[in-house]
Design a protein around this ligand. Structure first.
Ligand SMILES: Cc1cc2nc3c(=O)[nH]c(=O)nc-3n(C[C@H](O)[C@H](O)[C@H](O)COP(=O)(O)OP(=O)(O)OC[C@H]3O[C@@H](n4cnc5c(N)ncnc54)[C@H](O)[C@@H]3O)c2cc1C
Ligand code: FES
Length: 279
């Protein structure tokens, strides 16, 4: 079970893995995630189901290497098996009827954005995607995103591809050009600061803004409270109440602080893992 059927390097330290998981593939919906363990002693980490093929009995994960567990996953090859894979978890995205939707994908956020954009595209909404990365080498799935979008715009911080600048600048232009108010919803998925600033950008336009929060998770089943976030002054657990929330209501300061809780331990563990050949 959970055999890696295909593994591709999409960009430096970003891997796409197609994994055999027939039951998860049957039930998966856009916006949901799995909790994966690379090996018996590994920690449980959340990863979005970036694609799913019920007929083939497989799901696609995109993993960006940032620490111990993601480096362990990246060291597995085709034919290897994940020790555990639990899911689908979390609520699926609400694909509400709307004339147009703007999807902002920052960095590895291109992976979770894709199935949601495809679902809006399939229901007949006009999809505008804004895909941003620091540098062109870090862009991936641009063709896939373009294939489910009427309008697909690329931005890079250094101008190596597309528009030079931040996704928020392009988002502001897109919303300002929408004089007939056809865009019923903005999705922003990527690094926490990007999601926060996308939400701040959309606020004056009064457009509903959905973000997918990447809080630290432990069990992924609502038992530990590790993933708690504050939204609209109330406490929620990202794993069972999310991962999608109203970006205008999120307490970004608290989320950012909580993400740094174990930074020292994570850095020490990462260094140790990098110094071992097999993790
Ligand atoms: C619902 C959900 C879906 C996710 N989907 C994906 C995905 O599809 N692909 C992907 O590559 N990653 C995804 N993530 C993030 C991924 O789970 C973390 O990057 C991973 O747990 C880091 O584990 P690590 O041991 O490699 O790094 P750690 O040593 O745990 O952390 C290394 C660095 O990454 C930061 N970090 C740790 N956990 C998170 C987190 N949850 N979000 C952001 N930064 C974090 C730490 O603060 C630290 O700076 C998702 C997270 C959530 C909550
Ligand atoms: S990860 Fe434990 S409650 Fe959400």
């Amino acid at each position: 079970m959970f055999k890696i059927l295909r593994k591709t390097e999409l960009a430096p330290d970003i891997w796409e893995m197609e994994v055999a998981a027939p039951q998860i593939a049957q039930k998966a919906r856009p916006g949901q995630f799995v909790v994966a363990m690379a090996d018996e002693r590994g920690e449980r980490i959340p990863l979005t189901i970036a694609d799913f093929t019920p007929d083939a009995g497989s799901i696609t994960l995109v993993v960006m290497v940032v620490g111990t567990s993601t480096v362990k996953l990246s060291r597995l090859g085709e034919g290897d098996k994940l020790y555990a894979l639990i899911g689908p978890l979390g609520h699926a995205s609400r694909i509400e009827p709307c004339q147009a939707v703007a999807m902002v994908a920052g960095g590895v956020g291109a992976a979770p954005v894709y199935p949601i954009a495809r679902a809006f595209h399939q229901q007949g909404s006009r999809v505008i995607t804004i895909q941003g990365a620091r540098h062109k080498a870090l862009l991936f799935w641009t063709d896939r995103l373009a294939s489910v979008s009427q309008q697909h715009q690329v931005t890079t911080d250094d101008g190596s591809a597309g528009h030079k600048g931040l996704v928020t600048e392009t988002l502001k232009e897109v919303l300002a050009a929408d004089t007939q108010k056809q865009i019923g919803c903005v999705y922003a998925i990527g690094p926490t600061p990007m999601m926060e600033f996308c939400a701040k950008t959309t606020e004056p336009f009064g457009v509903k803004t959905v973000v997918s929060l990447n809080s630290i998770m432990v069990d992924g089943t609502g038992m530990c409270g590790g993933c708690r976030v504050e939204v609209g002054g109330r406490t929620f657990f990202t794993c069972i109440d999310g991962p999608e929330f109203d970006g205008h209501q999120v307490n970004w300061e608290l989320l950012t602080a909580r993400q740094k809780t174990y930074r020292h331990q994570e850095n020490c563990a990462f260094e140790k893992t990098l110094n071992t050949r097999t993790g």
